[in-house]
Design a protein around this ligand. Structure first.
Ligand code: ASP
Ligand code: MG
Length: 421
């Protein structure tokens, strides 16, 4: 059994969806399809949430009607009359749920409201996709992921109850697969024990694919993207990137940790733990070789792997009375970062100071500086960039930092990190 994950770009238009059946037919059957919302639907739903929570209900309803029409037009472009009528009925159930969620949304339960609204994107797209495949003679059992993926109530970043979800997957999905039935379900969404919908964090569909693969012992997971495979750097930021043919789970986790937006960071662990290979392939040309992500194999040769995080802030925290930074201070400082859920991207400490590089999220930074300011002097250096290179060479380091002002550099044998302006 295989898991195929199709992201929003792969189904952005009806034409793109029409190109997918040959890809699906190539999979060893049965296959579990994990699918995202159509194109940029999640962003559109986020706009609806923000209107609905600002008490601009009218605007939220208008935006949702636009979205409904887009989905209906999309379905109409793919389906013949009788399939379209059936699909319309199925979609209407979610349109109604969406209207309720908008009416119910409120600023004081923003994250909860977000999840009740945003989860609709995947429910709608998978309905359309399943009807389309059925019409093409490829029946798929449509499963509501909220019946399988059980989580806590950390809305927008829900934590999965693994044992419960695994049991559900094995009770509900495994018998269908055993009977040779293909499955279609949503990425990115789940539900709490009280049946409230949740989301798993933006781009969370990869994670769902990995979880289901692990729970159902898939032979492999393939993520279908609009690029040829993983590149050694973001092609939007760097010229002359190279495609990576094979890479270990470990390297990908490192890259995700340093901020590469290649694959949802939670995706790797379930796959590594179960030794399930992850393939990244291109839906525009299924015959391209792509990238395989797997366990350590005999010495893979890596090009320099480059990650650039922009819009960073470098905070320098010093004691007010010139006393040393001790373990007590450090534990104090860490607990402040922890309490505010701020991830520190790079740390360095010295005699009377502590330096931390963090993402520039305005509200959080303000809160942080206020808290730190009680006991320490805080200096900030805004608008800096954090460059990380794994498997660096002196040449590439020189090349990427020349003509830049370097504020800090940390090197280990394999990794160099530079904070620069
Ligand atoms: N549709 C969601 C998002 O755009 C989840 C995903 O695409 O993985 O974030
Ligand atoms: Mg998406």
């Amino acid at each position: 059994m295989q898991v195929y994950k199709f992201g929003g770009a792969s189904i952005a238009t009806p034409e793109r969806m029409q190109a997918l059946p040959p890809i699906i037919q190539d999979a060893t059957q049965p296959v579990v399809l994990v699918v995202s919302a159509l194109g940029k639907t999640t962003n559109a739903l986020e706009a609806i949430v923000s209107a609905a929570c600002k008490d601009k209900k009218q605007e939220a309803h208008e935006l949702s009607h636009i979205l409904e029409n887009q989905h209906l037009e999309y379905a109409k472009a793919l389906l013949n009359d009788s399939f379209f009528e059936e699909a319309k009925k199925a979609l209407n159930v979610f349109f109604t749920e969406l209207q309720w969620a908008i009416d119910d949304a409120a600023a004081d339960k923003y994250d909860y409201s977000y999840d009740q609204i945003v989860c609709m994107g995947e429910l709608l797209s998978t309905r359309i996709f399943a009807f389309y495949l059925q019409q093409q003679g490829m029946p798929f059992e449509w499963i509501d992921a909220r019946d399988i993926i059980r989580t806590d109530d950390t809305y927008r970043d829900a934590r999965v109850d693994w044992a419960y979800s695994e049991k559900r997957a094995n009770d509900v999905i495994a018998p269908l697969l055993a009977a040779g039935t293909n499955i279609m379900t949503q990425g990115f969404i789940g539900a709490t024990a009280d049946n409230a919908s949740v989301t798993l964090g933006r781009e969370g569909s990869d994670y769902t694919a990995a979880m289901l693969a692990a729970m159902l012992h898939a032979e492999g997971v393939t993520i279908w993207k609009d690029v040829e495979g993983l590149q050694n750097a973001d092609p939007k930021l760097f010229p002359n990137t190279v495609k990576i043919e094979a890479i270990t789970y470990h390297e990908v986790i490192e890259m995700a940790y340093y901020g590469a937006q290649v694959i949802h960071p939670k995706t790797i662990k379930p796959l590594q733990n179960n030794n399930i290979p992850l393939y990244v392939k291109c839906f525009l040309d299924k015959d391209l070789k792509g990238t395989v992500i797997q366990n350590e194999v005999n010495s893979i040769f890596y090009p320099p792997l480059i990650v650039l995080k922009k819009d960073q802030i470098l905070l320098q925290v010093t004691t007010k009375d010139f006393s040393f930074i001790t373990e007590d201070n450090l534990s104090d400082l860490y607990s402040i970062f922890h309490a505010l859920k701020i991830k520190v991207n790079l740390i360095q400490n010295a005699a009377i100071s502590f330096v931390a590089c963090i993402d520039n999220k305005e509200d959080k930074v303000k809160e942080l500086v206020n808290l730190l300011g009680k006991d320490y002097k805080v200096f900030r250096n805004e608008n800096v960039e954090l460059l990380t290179i794994r498997h660096y060479t002196p040449e590439i380091l020189f090349d990427l930092t020349k003509s830049r002002y370097i504020l800090l550099e940390q090197k280990t044998r394999q990794t160099v990190q530079v904070i620069m302006k």
